[in-house]
Each structure stands twice: as C-alpha cells, then as structure tokens.
Design a protein around this ligand. Structure first.
Ligand code: CIR
Length: 266
C-alpha cells in the first residue's frame, strides 16, 4: 500500500526558458542566470528520477517566463487532476500548456473555470485533508470552486491563510509525511497545523520550508544547514539542491514539479 501524500510514480517538470530573466518577483534581488538554473534544474530532475519515478520533462516555454514553476498550474490527486486559474495574469496561459500532459495521464481532468483564482503553490495535501491558503494569488471564490471539485473525489478542504508578504502557502511549509509538516514558526503560529506533528525551520532559515517529500527523499534547497541537520536527525533522507536562481523569483522545491501516481501509463 502506498501513501498517496508522498509516494509518487510520476512527476512533471518544465525546463526553464531564456525568458526566465523576466519572471515575476516580489523584490528585485538580481537577474536569474539561465545556465546556473538549468544546472540546478537538471540536478532536481535527476533526484526525482533516482527514486524510481518517471519524470515527464516538458520543453521550455519562452512566452511564459514563470513556466518552470509548473506546480502552480494544477493540483494532482489520486482520482483526477484539476487545472488551476492563476492569480497572476501573466501566468494564466501556462495552464493550457500543461493540460495535454495531464490528459495523457489522467482520465478525469477538471478545471477552475469561474471568476476565482487558485495557484497550486497555495495547496498542501496532507493525509487527512487539503489545506488551501488564501493569498494574493488565491481568493475565496477560487477556494470555493476547488472545494466542490475535490469533495466529489472524497476530499475535505480547509481554507487557511498565507502570511502577509509571503507568496504562497507552501513558500512557508511542506509535507514530510502524511502527518508531519515542516513549517516556518511564523506560519505555524497561525494555528493552521493544530493536531499535526510540526517541525520548524531554524531561525533565519525560513526559505528551507519550501521543500518536498518525494518517495524516499526530502528534497531541500541547499544552504540551510541547521534545518537540514534537524531533518536528518528526525530520520529523513535529505537531498539538497541549489535553489539560488529560482529563489530570485520567489520559487522553491515544490514549485518545480507536479507530483502524482499515474492512473494509466503516460
Ligand atoms: C511567481 O511569482 O509566480 C513565480 N515567480 C514564482 C512561483 C513560485 N511557485 C510556487 O511557490 N509554487
């Protein structure tokens, strides 16, 4: 029996395009370097593959500077996939670019089609529920539509709030196993993880919170040694990937893939 919250047969990624230099960012802390990003991306994809998973690698999309951050375009669940409706207007067209890949692996593909917005980075699927953080990108109408869709597949959805000034809910947290969450102290202080086992990122290492559990690995951004040591001591198998270029665009480990177990072969 596999645990659908972290055991996956597949991932979808997209190689960064030269237009990455125009990617959205909250603050300008320097232009991302495409070659360095490509090298880090290759390490990320190789790590996913090392777990035995199949990685569907999509080609770069120069028309969409943030296209590498595929997580925001969809939510993948055991019974189907849901195409999102990004709150960032420049990212809206990325969804249609993702659709064929999802249709190749899922029989049931639905869509947020009302006026609301949801980005995948605001969604954390745990062993017991789906947490969705309202943010500058995800609004009440989007959450309400998503709630109806996932209810059809037997999931309960709980609306929570992304801290002020934080891009996405999962910028500040990740799932380590069905019941264990890695979170910044500031997000955990909101009380949204009551009843879960919560491990905190080290002081000053908040950016380590955007990690992913993917099969046997917890893939973390490199450069956060105290959090990595804490996770290692807690028994997790850590792989550290250079995230310096993506971080310039507020991106992290979760943003770079959609993770799922295919219902039929790709
Ligand atoms: C954006 O602002 O939309 C991108 N530059 C970063 C998206 C990061 N995605 C994520 O956290 N899931």
């Amino acid at each position: 029996m596999t645990d659908p919250t972290f055991e996956f047969s597949h991932a979808i990624t997209r190689r960064p395009a030269p237009s990455i230099i125009d990617g959205l960012r909250a603050q300008d802390v320097g232009t991302p370097d495409l070659d360095k990003m490509l090298a880090a991306h290759a390490h990320y994809v190789a790590t996913l593959k090392e777990t035995g998973a199949t990685v569907i690698e999509l080609p770069p999309l120069d028309a969409f500077p943030d296209g590498v951050f595929v997580e925001d375009t969809a939510l993948c669940l055991p019974k189907g996939a849901i195409l999102m409706r990004p709150g960032a207007p420049s990212r809206m067209g990325e969804v249609g670019e993702m659709e064929p890949a999802l249709r190749s692996v899922y029989d049931d593909v639905r869509q947020i089609s009302g006026n609301g917005h949801v980005e995948g980075g605001d969604i954390l699927v745990t062993g017991r529920e789906i947490l969705v953080g309202r943010s500058d990108r995800t609004d009440a109408a989007g959450v309400a539509e998503l709630r109806e869709i996932v209810a059809d597949w037997g999931h309960s959805l709980r609306e929570v709030f992304t801290p002020e000034g934080v891009l996405h809910f999962k910028t500040d947290c990740s799932l380590l196993d069905g019941e264990t969450i890695l979170s910044t102290k500031r997000l955990d202080a909101s009380g949204c993880f009551e009843g879960y086992r919560v491990l905190h990122t080290a002081e000053g290492e908040e950016a380590a919170a955007n990690s992913i559990r993917f099969n046997q690995y917890v893939i973390c951004p490199a450069g956060f040694p105290r959090t990595a040591e804490m996770l290692d001591k807690a028994g997790f198998n850590i792989v550290q990937v250079d995230n310096r270029e993506c971080a310039k665009l507020d991106g992290g480990m979760s943003c770079l893939s959609l993770r799922f177990s295919a219902t039929r072969p790709a």
